[in-house]
Design a binder for this molecule. Structure first.
Ligand SMILES: N[C@@H](CCC(=O)N[C@@H](CS)C(=O)NCC(=O)O)C(=O)O
Length: 459
């Protein structure tokens, strides 16, 4: 009986079913599910590139987070809307009975090895391999310790496989898929012949697995390491995300103005970086960030514009650190370049739907977060006027170029249609007043019908 002819216990995969696995390319966690699907015959569409899925973007959209609250991949969605995250759960779901184990004992042994892979193999394998891939700072002590832990893992496996072809039972199971996938990078990068020589059963088993047609269909040819890869400082430096030129790190904001910039998701990263500085042995970038870093860079929608003398970052620094009315606003008008930038007034179209103010604040902050990539080319100050069940949202936006920037990228279009937009003429008194009032959060706001609720949202 071939694995394909075994009817899965939980569901019968029909050829018509379309299920999707969201991931980034070459994700070993996704491989587990993909290989399981090869065995079970489950039809699986892998969404790992645009337009279906762009790692770092699609997984941060509200629609994705609604189904997968962690925003992590791999993530699975069935034809019936059934959603799953966690690679092991997905691989289990896509398996057939033969892979899951046909007796309670076999099933438990499968879980045993899946857990072994996660807890005993992945941590030391990452600590050893990541520096060689340039995605983690090298730490000699951590690498040596990881090597010792991997030796122990290999001993356990070698002993177990002394009398067995596969980890559980007589044929490939999810145990083999999980353990082999978690050892993929070890075998490709660092387990050179002399290191693996004392563990011949493990290498034999690994090669048997990766040469099965179902593995090969997903992994392609797996070439075992010939020479142990070492840490390459240049590769590591090249892999680091380029630092932003200014603002946040150097100039912590003095006032808390919610809508200063077109987003601030960088903060988490900065905090992480600071924590890492305190503990140099900890990785600089995790595998997800590395996957992001290796993604082809998206085209800059502003690249075609001629250089502008108005330095937005400089204005943002003034706005964050100095008095708005006496320093930041005058600086803005002194340096504003009306050829290179435009000013827009945006007003939320559905004020009657705004109920609790904290929900409206979330609406605004969510919009800023989703506009991450616009940060360098935009600035906004948005205000929530009024109180619960009687409020409105409006703001002033400054963009690079003369177009409403949201239209320049698909990723920026989630919220903007809920607002009406009016391009302002920078030479009019009306614009001067609006800029002053929205930047300073004080004034008459004549065009807004509701009383100004002093910074309820943003303080
Ligand atoms: N335990 C999870 C780990 C998933 C995970 O950490 N995924 C990373 C990629 S390696 C991710 O999607 N990160 C995105 C993020 O943190 O924003 C699994 O096995 O599926």
């Amino acid at each position: 009986m071939t694995p394909h002819s075994i009817v899965p216990r939980y569901r019968c995969w029909s050829k018509k079913l379309k299920t999707t696995l969201y991931t980034y390319p070459e994700n070993w966690r996704a491989f587990k599910a993909q290989i399981a699907a090869q065995y079970s015959g489950a039809r699986l569409k892998v969404a790992s590139s645009a337009p279906a899925f762009t790692f770092g973007q699609t997984n941060r959209t509200p629609a994705f987070l609604n189904n997968f609250p962690l925003g992590k991949v791999p993530a699975f969605q069935g034809d019936d809307g059934f959603c799953l995250f966690e690679s092991n759960a997905i691989a289990h779901y896509l398996s057939n009975e033969a892979l899951r184990g046909s007796s309670p004992q076999a099933q438990s042994q499968v879980i045993q090895w899946v857990s072994f892979a996660d807890s005993e193999i992945i941590p030391p394998a990452s600590a050893w391999v990541f520096p060689t891939l340039g995605i983690m700072q090298f730490n000699k002590q951590a690498t040596e310790q990881a090597k010792e832990e991997i030796k122990k893992v290999l001993s356990v496996l070698n002993q177990h496989l002394n009398t067995r072809t596969f980890l559980v039972g007589e044929r490939v199971s999810l145990a083999d898929i999980s353990v082999a996938c978690s050892m993929l990078w070890l075998y490709k990068q660092v387990l050179e012949p002399s290191f693996r020589q004392p563990y011949p059963n493990v290498t034999r088993w690994f090669q048997t697995c990766v040469n099965q047609p179902q593995f090969k269909a997903v992994l392609g040819e797996v070439k075992l390491c010939e020479k142990m890869a070492q840490f390459d400082p240049k590769k590591f430096a090249d892999m680091q995300p380029k630092k932003d030129t200014a603002t946040k790190k150097d100039t912590p904001p003095k006032k808390e103005k919610a809508a200063k910039e077109a987003s601030k998701p960088q903060e988490k990263k900065e905090k992480k970086k600071e924590e890492k500085k305190a503990a140099p042995a900890v990785e600089e970038m995790d595998e997800c960030e590395a996957a992001l870093a290796s993604e082809p860079k998206a085209k800059d929608p502003f690249a075609h514009l001629p250089k502008s003398p108005f330095v937005l970052d400089e204005f943002k620094r003034k706005y964050s650190n100095e008095d708005t009315l006496t320093v930041a606003v005058p600086h803005f008008w002194e340096h504003f370049d009306k050829e290179g930038y435009s000013i827009w007034y945006g007003e939320y179209k559905y004020p009657e739907e705004l109920t609790m103010t904290f929900m409206s604040c979330n609406l605004i902050m969510g919009m800023f977060q989703r506009l991450d990539k616009l940060r360098k080319n935009g600035f906004a100050s948005v205000i929530l006027f009024g109180g619960n069940n009687d409020s409105s949202i409006s703001g002033i936006w400054v963009f690079r170029g003369q177009d409403l920037a949201f239209t320049l990228s698909d990723d920026w279009q989630i919220d903007y249609e809920s607002y009406s937009w009016r391009k302002l003429d920078p030479d009019t008194e009306e614009t001067k007043t609006m800029v002053k009032e929205y930047f300073a959060w004080e004034g008459e706001f004549k065009h807004v019908g509701k009383p100004f609720n002093t910074g309820k949202c943003f303080k």
